[in-house]
Design a protein around this ligand. Structure first.
Ligand SMILES: O=C(CO)[C@H](O)[C@H](O)COP(=O)(O)O
Length: 225
C-alpha cells in the first residue's frame, strides 16, 4: 500500500477520537488533509465541532467544507488536536514543520488536552534527524542566526520558495538544520536553540504527543504514551 493510503488509514483511525461537542485542533499537511475531510463529513452528518486551524491553508480547507473555524482565544482550550509529523520516534518525539506551520502547530498542541499524531509508516524512525529540523526565525535576525547555527555544526539552510525566501503564515523565515550527528540531548538542543534571540520556534515536539497512529498497509497501529 502506498504512503497516501497509509496517511488516510491513520487519519480515519484518529477521527474516531473526535466526538460531537468537542473543540478540535486541525493540523496541517497531506496527512491532516484526510482528517479534515473526515471531520467535514461528521459535520455534514450533524456533529457539532468547533475547530482551530494550525495554518491559513488548513483554515481555508476546513471553512470550505463547512467546519466552524474559531480562534484559539475563542476556544481557550482544545479537547483534541490531530496533526501530522515529518518524523516520529519510539519516545513520542517528533520533527515537524516540513509544511512550515510549526509555530502555530506547537501553540495549538500546547493548548490541547490530547494530541494525536497521524503518519504513514515512512515517518516512523528509531532516531530523529534524517529529516532536516525546521527552525522559524524573525527575518531581522535570520542571517546572523544562520552563522550561530553554522558554529553549532548544524549546517543551516534557509528555506526558499522559488527564488525568494520562504515565508511562514507569520511572515517569518524557516532555516532547516541537520541534527543527525549532534551529540547534544534533544531536550538540551531545544533549550539551547530557544535561547538565541530571533528563533521563534523549532520543529522539535518532544513532550506534547499522547497518541501516535501509524498507517501501515491497511492497518492503523496505535501507540499510546
Ligand atoms: O508539520 C507539518 C507541517 O508544518 C506536517 O505535519 C508535516 O510536514 C507532515 O506533513 P505531511 O502529512 O504532508 O507529510
Amino acid at each position: 500500500m502506498n504512503s497516501v493510503n497509509e496517511k488516510k488509514v491513520a487519519a480515519l483511525a484518529a477521527v474516531k477520537y473526535v466526538k460531537s461537542g468537542m473543540s478540535v485542533g486541525l493540523g496541517t499537511g497531506s496527512t491532516a488533509f484526510f482528517m479534515i475531510e473526515a471531520i467535514g463529513e461528521m459535520v455534514k452528518n450533524g456533529a457539532v465541532i468547533k475547530a482551530v486551524a494550525t495554518s491559513n491553508e488548513t483554515e481555508k480547507l476546513a471553512t470550505k467544507i463547512g467546519i466552524d473555524v474559531i480562534t484559539l482565544a475563542e476556544a481557550k482550550r482544545l479537547d483534541v488536536t490531530i496533526d501530522g509529523a515529518d518524523e516520529v520516534d519510539d519516545d513520542f518525539q517528533l520533527i515537524k514543520g516540513g509544511g512550515g506551520a510549526l509555530l502555530r502547530e506547537k501553540i495549538v498542541a500546547h493548548n490541547s488536552d490530547m494530541n494525536i499524531i497521524i503518519a504513514d509508516s515512512s515517518k516512523s524512525v528509531s532516531k530523529l534527524g534524517k529529516f532536516k529540523l525546521p527552525i522559524e526565525t524573525i527575518p531581522f535576525a535570520t542571517k546572523l542566526i544562520k552563522i550561530e547555527l553554522e558554529e553549532m555544526g548544524l549546517s543551516p539552510v534557509q528555506r526558499l520558495k522559488g527564488d525568494a525566501d520562504y515565508k511562514t503564515d507569520e511572515n517569518n523565515d524557516i532555516v532547516d538544520v541537520d541534527i543527525w550527528n549532534t551529540t547534544v540531548k534533544l531536550t538540551d538542543l531545544e533549550q539551547k536553540l530557544k535561547t538565541i534571540p530571533g528563533i521563534v520556534e523549532t520543529g522539535l515536539f518532544l513532550t506534547t504527543t499522547n497518541l501516535v497512529i501509524i498507517g501501515k498497509g491497511e492497518q492503523a497501529i496505535e501507540k499510546r504514551r
